[in-house]
Ligand binder design. Structure first.
Ligand code: XIL
Length: 377
């Protein structure tokens, strides 16, 4: 099905997409800003796509590609900022809860489930003809304090922890059953040294917890595509290799895992690995679909034109990989305006990671995404 998305367009467009993909440069040496000349895509052949892109929203352009274009949604901004809300509805056909489906948000008090905000997002998506990505059933961050404190004090032993996790997955995936097209079942379970991450899950439940969470999620919502999801796995590197080996093993063990999610939190100052397509293709060869799930491209502040164009290139490398792959189902950005971004709060001195600036003005990255979608459709 993905083949038609490129073949159906002009052969020229396909050739441009392929050649653009080949320009992805390997990571720049540490500390060196990636040198990216010109805007992306910048070829003269793109003039027709340029005007198509100018008059259409991202979701309109993505429609013919067969790939969903999504954003993480900040529920506070959705409630209080009409411009933000209007953009979520018009630009995207997939939404992810930035926070409200995480365990700490759903069950701040043990035994009391607060599905209100997440249900609001699902209703918003339905009203606007959007699909919903679920994020996330298992993570080591944003866990309720009653849970982490209980484990730390020994009040919750390993057997009880396993039962709590099982119950959590059945309750949450069951609550949204039939309404979520992709679930991030396991998030960030491998660390930056390419080892299984040393979390309470690994410590208390052992490595088998990963297979368990997929089996439970599949029972709770048999139609949802179940994803394993992480950052720094967008190219060919040791961490992505570790995921490849893990997924291969899970498949061999007949664990119901269907998707590999690459978060796509990039930084201009690190350069970009141009081998994203090769990485996507090796996971698809294991029988998985793929998605980019949390794309943003941060930079050291202040912004300048070179950084903004390098940023556009980062977005383009990932988007082209998705468009050129056979089973890359969705491309989600982790917010779309610099007005509401997690980056400045977490990465000191960095920011401006999104497609639109703080006033919802289009940055070169937006133009690049828009034009690349116009080419592919
Ligand atoms: C982030 C949210 O954007 C923030 O609002 C929150 O304070 C912390 O989490 N990887 C993930 C996401 O899988 O859930 C994280 O989201 C960003 C990194």
């Amino acid at each position: 099905m993905k083949v038609t998305r490129v073949v159906a367009g002009a052969a020229v467009a396909a050739a441009v997409l392929v050649s653009l993909n080949a320009t992805g440069a390997p990571a720049a040496p540490a500390g060196k800003v990636a040198a990216v000349p010109g805007s992306v895509p910048g070829a003269a052949a793109l003039t027709a796509q340029q005007s198509a892109a100018d008059s259409k929203t991202l979701r309109e352009l993505a429609k013919r590609t067969g790939m969903k274009i999504g954003t993480a949604v900040d529920m506070g901004a959705l409630a209080n900022d009409a411009t933000y809300k209007q953009h979520v509805a018009s630009e995207f056909n997939s939404v992810t809860a930035e926070n409200v489906m995480k365990w700490s948000e759903l069950e701040p008090t043990r035994g009391t489930l607060n599905f209100g905000p997440a249900d609001e997002l699902v209703a918003f998506a339905k009203a606007n003809g959007q699909s919903v990505r679920g994020h996330t059933l298992l993570w080591h961050n944003q866990l309720p304090t009653w849970l982490t404190d209980g484990v730390a004090s020994g009040d919750i032993d390993s057997a009880e922890l396993r039962q709590l996790l099982r119950q959590h997955i059945f309750t949450v995936a069951g609550h949204f059953r039939g309404k979520i097209y992709q679930w991030d079942v396991a998030n960030e379970v491998i660390d930056d040294n390419a080892q299984l991450r040393n979390t309470i899950w690994l410590q208390k439940l052992g490595p088998g917890y990963i297979a368990d969470v997929f089996r439970w999620a599949h029972q709770a919502d048999p139609k949802a595509k179940l994803y394993i999801n992480d950052y720094n796995v967008e190219g060919l590197n040791a961490k992505a290799d570790a995921y490849y080996a893990l997924v291969k093993q899970l498949k061999a063990d007949r664990v119901p895992i269907h998707g590999f999610g690459m978060q796509g939190h990039l930084g201009v100052q690190y350069g970009f690995d141009g081998r994203a397509l090769a990485n996507v293709q090796r996971f698809e060869a294991l029988g998985l679909e793929t998605s980019f799930t949390e794309v943003d491209v941060r930079m050291i502040m202040p912004t300048d034109n070179t950084k903004l164009h390098a940023q556009a290139n980062g977005y383009s490398i990932l988007l082209r990989a998705c468009l050129l792959a056979k089973r890359c189902v969705s491309f989600t950005v982790w917010g779309f305006t610099d007005k509401y971004s997690w980056v400045p709060g977490v990465f000191e001195g960095e920011g401006a990671a999104n497609l639109l600036d703080e006033n919802f003005g289009q940055k070169p990255a937006y133009q690049a995404v828009s034009q690349t979608l116009a080419l592919a459709g």
